[in-house]
Design a protein around this ligand. Structure first.
Ligand code: GLU
Length: 415
């Protein structure tokens, strides 16, 4: 697939661009470009048919200057090491931007989780965790859910880690079930955080928040919760897409009904909307476009046809660097991924704090604290972007990378 842009190279290119606005020494630049640790494992799994299958797994810790590494684990058939390296680096910038005391990491397994049984999924998860044992821990590196993983998988990771230690260690993962020390509000936190940044964007752009239309790509954790929160706030969800296809309804799609429907059916078959060509999804005339699926979706090929006024990047790296100037020329306001989707890791931080304290917060407290952090981060980025005449993405990265570079300088290089 030679024409698919390499997300690691793109993430590095963006970093290089950002570093040109920061006054950093060449050695610091070299340091920030490299992941600190990369682990690649072959995971043997006893399959239901009695045979053994081998799956490829990764964990990349990009940077730990500001605290333990933090980042999700992705189960997807297209996972590559380059993708995980890029996503680990984005976690470093994300945690730095919202100023939580973590570095960045990411893990992944090359597997389509919908194609294996629950028992196989558990075996795979437990053996992967076993291989990660020396590298993860509440003070070292803390996994969380990402594409293709969920609270049940986090529970298996915590259990496997805890069995090895001999006592329960809830702080080894976040995104756990509430019954096992998970946080209120974690499941919808990425979407809620994205909505808080979107409300800030509407305010600074002077757009009245009533009667606005929304198109969302992805109806997984981030897309479905964003649709529900926005629907509750009076926004109209007029188009949605996932791997099964794209649907639209000018009168609005009820995300609660759709959620019920997708429990047993493909989104594209939803009877209360009209199916349309998914290749035309980004051409949907709407006020707000939310890519909430995978990376590399808005590219130089389709960017010119985007008709939204705001793009809120719920996914990680959904827009390629080549698409950015095209969107900018068309005056589309971008809430970049490291800002827009950082609500997930922010509530992961709250979960880690609550677990360490063995004292648990109400949902109200979680959401209020999340709102404070997201609004503060949004206005920091927006003010920096206006002051330095940078776009929102470069402003966000400049703040985030600058903080990591400063932490690195203060700590120095050992020995
Ligand atoms: N996977 C999520 C992300 O990409 C959350 C990571 C976390 O909570 O550690 O931001």
């Amino acid at each position: 697939m030679a024409d698919v842009p390499n997300v690691w190279e793109m993430t590095l290119a963006r970093l290089d661009q950002t570093m040109s606005v920061l006054d950093l020494k060449p050695g610091v630049i070299k340091y920030l470009r490299e992941p600190r640790r990369i682990l690649e494992v072959a995971i043997p799994v006893k399959m239901d048919n009695g045979d053994i299958d081998i799956f490829k797994g990764y964990r990349v810790q990009h940077n730990t200057n500001r605290g333990p590494a933090k980042g999700g684990i992705r189960y997807h058939q297209d996972v590559t090491l380059d993708e995980i390296k890029a996503l680990a680096m984005l976690m470093t910038w994300k945690c730095s931007l919202v100023n939580i005391p973590f570095g960045g990491s990411k893990g992944g397994i090359v597997v389509d989780p919908s194609k294996i049984s629950k028992k196989e999924l558990e075996n795979l998860t437990r053996r992967y965790t076993y291989e990660l044992l020396p590298f993860i821990g509440p003070e070292k590196d803390i996994p969380a859910p990402d594409v293709g993983t969920n609270a049940q998988i986090m529970a298996w990771i915590m259990d496997t880690y805890s069995i090895a230690k001999g006592y329960m260690v809830p702080g080894v993962v976040t995104g756990k079930p509430i019954e096992l020390g998970g946080s209120q509000g974690r499941e919808e936190a990425t979407s809620r955080g994205a909505v808080y940044t979107l409300l800030c964007a509407l305010k600074v752009l002077g757009i009245d928040a009533s009667n606005l239309t929304v198109a969302i790509q992805g109806f997984g954790n981030v897309g479905s919760h964003a649709a529900k929160i926005l629907h509750d706030l009076g926004f109209k969800i007029i188009a949605l897409a996932d791997v099964s296809g794209a649907i639209q309804n000018k009168n609005g799609i009820d995300p609660y009904k759709l959620s019920e429907f997708t429990k047993g059916n493909a989104l594209a078959g939803y009877p209360e909307a009209e199916k349309f060509d998914p290749l035309k999804f980004f051409e949907t005339k709407c006020d707000i476009l939310i890519p909430a699926a995978l990376e590399n979706q808005i590219t130089e090929k389709n960017a010119a046809s985007v008709k939204a006024r705001i793009i809120a990047e719920g996914a990680n790296a959904p827009t390629t660097p080549a698409a950015d100037p095209i969107l900018k020329d068309n005056n589309i306001f971008i809430i970049p991924d490291v800002l827009c989707n950082s609500g997930g890791v922010t509530v992961s931080y709250f979960e880690w704090v609550q677990g360490n304290d063995a004292y648990f917060w109400s949902k109200r407290k979680v959401n209020l604290q999340l709102r404070d952090i997201m609004e503060k981060a949004f206005y920091e980025v927006y003010d920096f972007s206006t002051k330095r005449k940078l776009d929102m993405r470069n402003a966000a990265l400049a703040i985030a990378v600058g903080r990591v570079a400063q932490a690195m300088k203060l700590r120095g290089v050992y020995p």
